[in-house]
Design a protein around this ligand. Structure first.
Ligand code: ADP
Ligand code: ADP
Length: 224
């Protein structure tokens, strides 16, 4: 639940700040696929980062099942545009990272993440290093890594923005299949209308200067 969230960035040398978010409110249903859509600078990333606990709001509040967000938590998994895998770890050891952080042994963690490797189709690449993989494969690994923590919400910031059009379409289809299987709430940032329409149950349309909600649109198109 996003309630009256505003974020003003002030720089020392300026008197006026940038209002990245102005009084943004909306509720998300459990298991919904929401896209935040809007041009560069409308506050999409800021809103996602506040939800992730990586950024703070100036006023307002975001709660998850009634609990205010105060910092990062593996229950809110995040996938970025840049793949952000650890280059010194293989695919499987990237995906086990969160479980290892919780104190689970590497052997046990490797067993637990097999299903996520299968889910994103990386069986043949699980012992590869990120540099050996295409961008699409790296993003599949990043999605598996986020899901391996069994998040309640998966936050994605233009995850397919750096991919070619064909790969992007394939990953969109795969992401929808994952979403249908996992029943996890997806919050997905994009500046592409096409992408939002293909993916979302509802689209939160935003505008810039200040960043705010223009409208919230329900999408009722058949999914692929
Ligand atoms: P860190 O590496 O510590 O996480 P960031 O990359 O988040 O730092 O930010 C570095 C600096 O750039 C900060 O002073 C921040 O205020 C500024 N900054 C970050 N993102 C933006 C943005 N989208 N627009 C303007 N300034 C930004
Ligand atoms: P979007 O993701 O929609 O492109 P952002 O959330 O990155 O929008 O940015 C919204 C506005 O806030 C922009 O004007 C941006 O320059 C500004 N901004 C974002 N992060 C920072 C920061 N750390 N410091 C200063 N300004 C920022």
């Amino acid at each position: 639940s996003v309630k009256n969230v505003s974020r003003i960035f002030t720089k020392k040398e300026e008197n006026v700040g940038t209002e990245a978010l102005h009084d943004v409110s909306f509720d998300v249903e459990d298991g919904e696929f929401i896209c935040l859509l809007g041009p560069s600078g409308c506050g999409k990333t800021t809103l996602l980062r506040i939800t992730a606990g990586l950024e703070t709001q100036t006023s307002g509040e975001i709660t998850l099942n009634g609990v205010p967000i105060t910092g990062p938590d593996p229950k809110r998994g995040m996938v970025f545009q840049q793949y952000s895998l650890f280059p010194w770890r293989t695919v499987i050891d990237n995906i086990t990272f969160g479980l290892e952080m919780q104190g689970i042994s590497k052997t046990e963690a490797r067993k637990q993440v097999e299903k996520y490797i299968d889910l994103v189709g990386l069986e043949q690449f699980k012992n590869s290093y990120p540099y050996e993989l295409s961008g699409g494969m790296q993003q599949r690994a990043a999605i598996a890594r986020a899901l391996a923590n069994e998040p309640e919400v998966l936050l994605m910031d233009e995850p397919f923005g750096a991919l070619d059009a064909q790969t992007r379409n394939i990953l969109q289809d795969e992401l929808l299949k994952i979403w249908e299987q996992k029943h996890v709430t997806f919050l997905f940032v994009t500046h592409s209308v096409d992408e939002a329409v293909v993916l979302a149950d509802r689209i939160v349309v935003m505008t810039a200067r200040p960043g705010r909600i223009k409208e919230i649109v329900k999408v009722d198109l058949p999914r692929p």
